[in-house]
Design a protein around this ligand. Structure first.
Ligand code: IMP
Ligand code: MG
Length: 182
């Protein structure tokens, strides 16, 4: 089995470049059915989704725009949890069909906290396209409209996803090896 080391951990090959390509083509076809004449605005959430967004967007064969935002979560001093800050959402969503692009939904907290800011701008429609979903971990309800892969509760890196900042450059997705699972 092909393995890589990222920081102090070992990861095993999990989703290949070929599987990612097929899945991006499928997602683009699903999106084409719904958006061909709607000139949608894709909003990709940095950092993790940059590679997924780039590859998916290359497969989009109808008029569409893309922009990028960055969500930063900070540990709050209160038990109420994190504060989510959006950086770079300076586009008017009014009268637009919006599709969010996210690399992974784990607990769902990031998207759940951020969606009200988008809904507040009253887009014509708002849907969510996610490459990876860990259903066992999801505690904040988020409706996924377009999904790449449903995966088990095991940490993954590569294809934009990081482990403590590293591993994003790997062209395929790797899963934390069984023996080092924490
Ligand atoms: P959330 O728990 O759904 O809010 O996910 C928050 C963020 O955690 C995601 O956008 C990712 O950046 C990160 N994340 C969750 N699971 C993984 C993983 O397995 N590998 C790398 N990053 C992850
Ligand atoms: Mg992310």
């Amino acid at each position: 089995m092909h393995t890589v080391n990222v920081n102090d951990k070992t990861f095993t090959s999990y989703i290949t470049a070929a599987e990612l390509k097929i899945t991006n083509e499928r997602l683009a076809a699903e999106l084409a059915l719904d958006y061909t004449d709607k000139k949608p605005l894709f909003i990709a959430i940095l950092n993790g989704s940059f590679m997924f967004a780039a590859d998916l967007f290359k497969q989009i064969n109808f008029p569409a725009e893309i922009c990028f935002i960055k969500l930063a979560s900070y540990k709050g001093t209160k038990s109420t949890g994190n504060v989510i800050t959006s950086i770079g959402l300076d586009i008017d969503l009014h009268e637009r069909h919006v599709v969010l692009l996210e690399d992974i939904i784990d607990t769902g907290k990031t998207l759940y906290s951020f969606l009200p800011q988008l809904i507040h701008q009253q887009p014509l429609s708002l849907k969510i396209c996610v490459l990876l979903h860990k259903p066992e971990c999801t505690v904040f309800p988020v409706t996924i409209d377009y999904l790449g892969f449903s995966i088990p509760d095991r940490f993954v890196v590569g294809y934009g996803l990081d482990y403590d900042g590293f591993g994003r450059n790997l062209p395929e997705i790797y899963q934390l090896s069984e023996e080092t699972k924490t």
